[in-house]
Design a binder for this molecule. Structure first.
Ligand code: ATP
Ligand code: FE2
Length: 336
């Protein structure tokens, strides 16, 4: 294979190396997931996990993709947002490889990378992105040279809410897929159920969302004796409906006609179904990449790096510092 861009992702739990070809054809990512033994993420432990695995992951990528360093045209990495110690590992590894192989370095915005891999994979052109992950929940649309945040969570990310609820029920990280399974199993046995059975707060405020209230209420419902599967099902119904409502309003306000899902929670079949139904009802198109490109992955970082290098200079070492609080709308979008 000749002419690839490597992408390095290390914003939080996931440490991942992926690549795209010069033309933007993506390959699978080589990833490792840090799973805390108990409690939430410990940034320094996660960073240790990442640095311990760096050389193994990059060797696997080079060997399994039959790559020689001469094939690598550039290296992209997540500059932010994310956890400082984790971001620093990815940035350091990328700087080292850029120097060793004498190739350009490009720091990218992780949130924007979720959009660009979605556009690459689905062919949508000018979508509203519903970005639902552990750390982020945002509704985003392009306005001129920025991706503008039209609405977002005012407290925790939806995935973080699901993971926290799962943890209170003894379910290990990541909790989202386990909640999906419990909800699906329960709903198959109770197909006529409706959302009044386990009533939870609805968390939309204009274009913004919040998830702490629904998290506490769901824990309370289990403590009151409601079946866990029933609570999981209701939790998904309420939380996903809130996201889809904001996404629908964003489509209406922006006049755009494509909805793109991205982020780890976009792996969930129920939120996809809700997106599909909402889009059908308003004559829009709902679309999403396959699961490996919804969760954090190095390939999406490579793809954004590739797009940026079409129109921008590489990142100078002096400007390569990480930025844990980088905002989606900070990045100037110079590519099509
Ligand atoms: P970001 O830095 O963009 O916030 P992240 O660090 O949260 O990303 P992702 O891989 O994008 O990482 O998302 C992980 C989240 O996705 C976790 O909260 C996980 O529980 C959730 N998730 C993964 N699969 C599913 C699923 N099938 N249903 C619901 N949630 C899911
Ligand atoms: Fe992410």
């Amino acid at each position: 294979m000749s002419g690839v861009i490597i992408g390095v992702e290390s914003t939080a739990h996931t440490f991942s190396f992926g690549l795209v070809t010069d033309e933007g054809r993506p390959c699978k990512s080589y990833s490792a997931l840090y799973r805390p033994e108990e409690g939430g993420i410990h940034p320094r432990e996660a960073a240790d996990h990442h640095s311990n695995l760096a050389s193994q992951l990059i060797s696997r990528l080079m060997n399994e993709e039959s790559l020689h360093p001469d094939d690598v045209k550039a290296i992209a990495y997540s500059q932010g947002p994310g956890l400082g110690p984790c971001l620093r590992v990815g940035a350091n590894v990328s700087r080292a490889l850029s120097q060793q192989w004498n190739i350009p370095l490009v720091g990218v915005n992780h949130c924007v990378a979720h959009i660009e891999i979605g556009r690459n994979q689905t062919g949508c052109v000018d979508p509203v992105l519903l970005y639902v992950s552990g750390g982020n929940t945002q509704v985003i649309a392009r306005a001129g040279e920025r991706y503008q945040v039209l609405g977002e969570t005012l407290d925790i990310g939806i995935g973080n809410m699901l993971d926290k609820f799962a943890r209170t029920q003894g379910l290990a990280f990541p909790g989202g897929p386990k909640i999906e399974q419990l909800a699906r199993d329960w709903h198959q046995k109770n197909p006529k159920a409706n959302v009044d059975l386990v009533e939870l707060p609805y968390s939309v405020q204009g274009m913004d969302l919040n998830f702490s209230g629904i998290l506490n209420a769901a824990i309370q419902k289990v403590n009151e004796g409601f079946e866990l599967g029933a609570v999981c099902w209701s939790l998904q119904e309420y939380a996903f409906a809130a996201c889809i409502e904001v996404a629908e309003r964003a489509l209406a306000h922006s006049g755009k006609s494509e909805l793109l899902l991205g982020g780890g929670v976009a792996c969930n079949e129920r939120i996809r179904e809700m997106a599909r139904i909402m889009c059908e009802q308003r004559g829009s198109v709902g679309t999403w990449p396959e699961k490996q490109y919804c969760i954090d992955n190095g390939t999406m970082i490579a793809e954004l790096g590739r797009r940026m290098l079409e129109t921008q200079n590489p990142t100078d070492l002096d400007y390569s510092a990480i930025n844990p609080s980088l905002r989606t709308d900070h990045t100037i979008v110079t590519w099509d």
